[in-house]
Design a binder for this molecule. Sequence first.
Ligand code: ADP
Ligand code: MG
Length: 238
Amino acid sequence: MSGVTLTKAVKKYGDLEVIHGVDLQIEHGEFCVFVGPSGCGKSTLLRMIAGLEETTDGRIEIGGRDVTKTDPAERGVAMVFQTYALYPHMTVEENMGFGLKMNGHPKAEIQSKVAEASRILKLDPYLKRKPKALSGGQRQRVAIGRAIVRGPEVFLFDEPLSNLDAELRVDMRVEIARLHKDIGATMIYVTHDQVEAMTLADKIVVLRGGNIEQVGSPMQLYSDPDNRFVAGFIGSPS
Ligand code: ADP
Ligand code: MG
């Protein structure tokens, strides 16, 4: 089981506190979406869960394990970024398997995991290509494939589709929903796209200025927003 629990989580950059003691419970297998205006702390919170930012105060648990001080590689998480950050000189296959190779996994195991990820993401025809010979959507699929191959308990996505054009965003959104259904892992997904939030989320977390404004299902936030700010984000006239 791999729920994620934040308890009074605080982030300071020097003297500047940007996350002000956040309490949040994300259940195992849940698709949780963070929304909120630019600069409200979505990426920071995600990076704290990933271990890419130190948590200044409070606690982070994954699967009941206190990981507040744990290395990113030991947390059982994999992050997919907005910029794909693929290695240009490696093929799709090599890009996806690279993390496991670095960790010394056997070749046969890497091959079977890459094969499975490419089946899920329909990347089979492209395995021998270099990133420059791929479309934006295909590159983003490779970036997601790289996360799948690592077999994380928790997937973290930071605006993974915001560099894609509108049509492709819809396709990829459907694929991410299918991926969640297929593998059933806990997913935490940052977006500023209200449609993505409403269609993907089991639970939406509305952030504002480093605090949680409201947490609820898309229906709850839509039909019963706590305030105008939440209503404005979810698009219900209040
Ligand atoms: P979001 O992803 O919601 O747009 P961020 O998490 O990136 O917001 O940023 C939250 C706040 O933290 C912002 O005020 C931002 O300026 C600040 N911040 C982010 N990273 C740093 C950093 N490395 N040093 C100082 N301040 C930072
Ligand atoms: Mg951000």
